[in-house]
Ligand binder design. Structure first.
Ligand SMILES: [Zn+2]
Length: 156
C-alpha cells in the first residue's frame, strides 16, 4: 500500500494529500497527539483510493519537566546548577542557577537525573540555540545517540 508520511506540527491539523488524485483533506490530529510518536492509519480519499497515512509526532513531542542537574561551560571552573524545564526528542530547555555567558552555537555538557524509577543519569553534549535571560534552549549534539533511558522516559 502507498504510504504517506506527515510531520505533525504544533497545530493539531494536518493536510493529507491523496497520491492518486492530489485532493487535499484536512484532518484533526488532536485525538492521537501525545499518545504515540507515530500513528499509522488507512485513509480512503473521496476518489476511492486507499492509502496508509503515517502521522509523525516525534519531533514535536515535548515533555514539561522539573529535573535537577548541572552543566559544564568552557571558561567556568565549576559546574553550574540547572533545572531542566522541558525535554524533547530533539533537545532540552533549562534554566541556570546563575546568569551564564554563552552564545548561540556554543556546545555545553549537560547532566541531569530523570525522576524515573531508575533515577537515570543523562549526560549529553548540547548546542545552544536560544537564550532568554537564564533560560537556555539547546539541541542534542549527537542525534543518533539516543539514550534508552531517555527514550523510555519520553514515552507519553
Ligand atoms: Zn484521491
Amino acid at each position: 500500500m502507498t504510504e504517506v508520511k506527515i510531520q505533525v506540527g504544533k497545530r493539531n491539523k494536518v493536510s493529507i494529500i491523496c497520491p492518486q488524485c492530489g485532493k487535499h483533506k484536512e484532518i484533526d490530529t488532536s485525538r492521537y497527539q501525545g499518545k504515540t510518536e507515530e500513528h499509522k492509519m488507512n485513509f480512503t480519499c473521496d476518489c476511492g483510493f486507499t492509502f496508509e497515512v503515517s502521522l509523525n509526532f516525534r519531533e514535536y513531542y515535548r515533555k514539561e519537566t522539573h529535573l535537577y542537574g548541572h552543566c559544564d561551560i568552557v571558561g567556568y571552573r565549576d559546574p553550574i546548577e540547572i533545572i531542566v524545564e522541558n525535554l524533547s526528542t530533539k533537545g532540552v530547555g533549562f534554566t541556570t542557577g546563575i546568569p551564564v555567558n554563552v552564545s548561540e552555537g556554543d556546545m555545553i555538557e549537560v547532566e541531569f537525573i530523570l525522576n524515573d524509577k531508575k533515577r537515570s543519569l543523562i549526560r549529553r553534549t548540547v548546542i545552544v540555540r536560544r537564550i532568554i535571560n537564564n533560560y537556555i534552549a539547546a539541541e542534542f549534539h549527537d542525534m543518533k545517540k539516543w539514550d534508552k533511558d531517555l527514550g523510555f522516559y519520553m514515552r507519553p
